[in-house]
Write a protein that binds this ligand. Sequence first.
Ligand code: APR
Ligand code: PHB
Length: 390
Amino acid sequence: MKVQVCIIGGGPSGLLLSQLLHLQGIDTVILEKSSREHVLARIRAGVLEHGFARLMREAQCGERMDREGEIHNGFHIAHDGVLDHVDLHKYSGGNSVLVYGQTEITRDLYEARDRLGGKVVHEAEDVTPHDIDSEKPFVTYRTAGATVRVDCDYVVGADGFHGVSRKSIPKHKLTEYERVYPFGWLGVLSRTRPVSSELIYVKHERGFALCSMRSQVLSRYYIQVPLTDKPADWPDEAFWVELKRRLPTEVAGRLITGPSIEKSIAPLRSFVAEPMRYGRLFLAGDAAHIVPPTGARGLNTAASDVYYLYHALLDHYKKGDDRGLDDYSARALARVWKAQRFSWWMTMLLHRFPDRLSYDDRLQQTDMAYLFSSEAALRSLAENYVGLPF
Ligand code: APR
Ligand code: PHB
């Protein structure tokens, strides 16, 4: 097989890039190791920044998102027995976020790929990039016992944190920056009415909690738990009791509980690999960087990678201009690191760290007090949460 761009990974990053390129007449294939059902069974975060929503519309995939997604103009932070409000619309100069599940985004992107007849190979085994530092890279994979070779101009590694792309770059060419947090988030999805029309982030002495949602009839809640905990340690009843203990009394009083339809524990990690290019391989999304979910930046950071890479490839194919490709890593990383900073900051502000000093507690309290006493601090939070420009 021969294509212009071979994309490894059929998550939101790879799908969105291939859809955008296809609309411009640039030929791609997506090699995805899992089945479509498996990819669509993963529950991920649900807050989209306006820049990501814009890109979905540009990819002609925004119709259901605009119909079913909910515009959120603010969120709450519960701390020290009070429920403070962050007015995103006011403090970001008129912007907002869209609450729409990432799983639904992925579904919409797959349907769009189907409509255009996009090439997506599922259950591609042993996907391996070759000769990425040459002018003629190629990728091989196995399917039904046979090996298939894909010749291409460029390879895009959009295969997530555990993918093969980043690992195919020689170790001495890559610098990795990482922080692993000493706790996880236990998440529960339940077919219940959300406790609040806006998200509530909770800082509590028993640990962080978050009240989120997917729709008016589907709630998503999280509590901070030790990394040693397993979902089986948390029967539904125990989860609801612990969540209520962390919520302000008035909020806990109106929480509607129900059976969980999904329950999992996600570790929290900050990670960046630099540079995001090696020869003719370009990394995008989780393949190059991970944020803890606290700032809702994961998918939104992948969006700017896709945007920069899409325009860089367009300039190459339509104008013979390679400056975008040459600058891709530096441009993408500049925004990636701002999302890292913001996600780290939100995480530090809201969680209980097991080995903290009493000094750290006082700084954390002061950070919160400063936030709600300063318009400048609220503006900074709002502009980062709705998404920095790209
Ligand atoms: N070969 C082929 N495909 C692979 C391989 C491999 N060796 N390894 C992983 N994949 C696939 C995974 O099965 C997955 O479908 O690559 C895809 C990567 O998708 P994601 O992990 O969703 O990463 P990305 O598309 O960059 O999405 C950005 O934003 O909110 C965050 O983590 C969240 O998924 C989210 C991300
Ligand atoms: C979610 O709804 O899953 C969610 C929302 C906001 C976050 C993280 C996760 O910051």
